[in-house]
Design a binder for this molecule. Structure first.
Ligand SMILES: [Zn+2]
Length: 403
């Protein structure tokens, strides 16, 4: 008889083998045993089951390390299909990949603030249906649906608690889509998924301790500790954008005053430009906004700053300093090896990076900054939806219990 503990050990060992193949394939059974610390007999048993399940292939290949043919193992691209979904404040993005996360199909459409919650969910369902029918055509079994949302998410229950910028509260999306699609559904905060996307596919590959900041309408943070996403007791952890930094400051979208995201988001850059404009008229900037500063966008500011416009450059530089000061605090608390800056700020990398680095290194405690790297995401908008794919794979490959 197999006890619950034995079953758990078996699942963990299976995940260890799968994750080793993800990271190191093609490898032999003996190499898998070395990487995992499992016995060769245990590895062989697990591999045989994985081959039967259609998740792993074996092939007689030249092993460059030993210089002669050997039976090597890898993950099968056709081991299954994964659907990643991001419901953003003003868009829906859906991505279909195979078992090794190669893109098979994707779509990204804008949504309008006038659309109701039901309309947006129905629209997302239509694209998920489309993705699943493509998987079916290619004879790939669907393994699950990962979903990123811009708000507080209870990952254990699969509920969106509140998404202030979408004006959604208490949406049991996992239940809704479990019933609709009859597949495992993983609901996560978008910033956590962006971190997971960077860990699997981006600049944080193989970095186990890092912080990923994503700047959009708000400022989100995903924190990876020892290769696991930090979620806190109920999954609400990591809301670093709402650390209060200025009690006399601006009102935040969360209703409180002076949150960090009011100082460092793209909106803060626009406010600084508009304020400075009152004392320093800038006709070319006004022309770029069709004569009305309400049309000013972060993209225009970055473009003008890059061309040497003093007002725009100063606004971005000041925000970069505020970002660096806050990150220095996070470095003191978490001692990460890497801080990733993603989202809207990627387009301002050339202006911001050196200022952010300088501010962090002069504000954080010195031992914490030894070996610290600051990188901008190379994924731009797709980091979160890739993370939505990763959260499904992560559960299969690493036995991360989130449900
Ligand atoms: Zn706030």
């Amino acid at each position: 008889m197999i006890t619950g503990d034995q079953e758990k050990v078996r699942k963990i060992n299976r995940s260890l083998v799968l994750n080793t193949l993800r990271l190191h394939a093609p490898v032999s059974r003996a190499q898998v045993a070395n990487f995992t610390g499992l016995t060769r007999g245990t590895v062989s048993n697990i591999v045989n089951v994985l081959i039967e399940d259609g998740l792993v292939f074996e092939d007689k290949l030249e092993d460059s390390k030993i210089g002669r043919p050997s039976i090597l193992l890898g993950l099968r691209p056709d081991g299954g299909a994964v659907v990643g979904v991001e419901v953003g404040v003003d868009f829906i993005s859906v991505l279909l990949t195979n078992f090794v996360a190669e893109t098979l199909w994707e779509v990204r459409v804008e949504t309008s603030p006038s659309q109701s919650q039901t309309e947006i969910i129905n629209q997302a369902e239509k694209y998920i249906d489309q993705a699943l029918s493509i998987a079916k055509e290619q004879e790939l079994r669907p393994l699950g649906i990962g979903v990123g949302l811009p708000g507080l998410v209870n990952t254990r229950q699969g509920n969106l608690i509140v998404a202030p910028n979408l004006h959604w509260t208490n949406v049991p999306l996992r239940l809704i889509w479990n019933q609709r699609f009859h597949l495992p559904v993983y609901i996560e905060n978008e910033a956590n998924l962006a971190a997971l996307g960077e860990y699997y596919f981006g600049v944080a590959r193989n970095v186990d301790n890092f912080i990923c900041l994503t700047s959009g309408i708000g400022l989100g943070g995903g924190i990876m500790i020892d290769g696991r996403l930090f979620r806190g007791g109920h999954g609400y952890g990591g809301e670093i954008g709402h650390i209060q930094r200025d009690p006399q400051g601006e009102q935040c979208g969360c209703g409180r005053i002076g949150c960090w995201e009011t100082q460092v988001g793209p909106r803060a850059v626009l406010q600084r430009v508009k304020k400075e404009f009152q004392t320093h008229h800038d006709q070319s900037l006004l022309d770029a906004c069709s004569g009305d500063l309400n049309n000013l966008t972060f993209e225009i500011v970055v473009q003008f700053a890059s061309n040497g416009d003093a007002i725009c450059r100063k606004a971005i530089e000041e925000v970069a300093v505020n970002l660096g000061v806050g990150i220095a605090d996070l470095v003191n608390i978490f001692n990460p090896n890497l801080v990733i800056i993603g989202g809207a700020f990627i387009s301002a990398k050339d202006i911001m990076q050196s200022i952010i680095e300088k501010t962090i290194f002069s504000n954080a405690l010195q031992p914490s900054t030894d070996n610290l790297q600051i990188k901008f995401s190379e994924r731009n908008t797709e980091a979160c939806v890739l993370g939505a794919v990763a959260v499904v794979l992560d559960d299969i490959l690493r036995e991360m219990v989130i449900s």
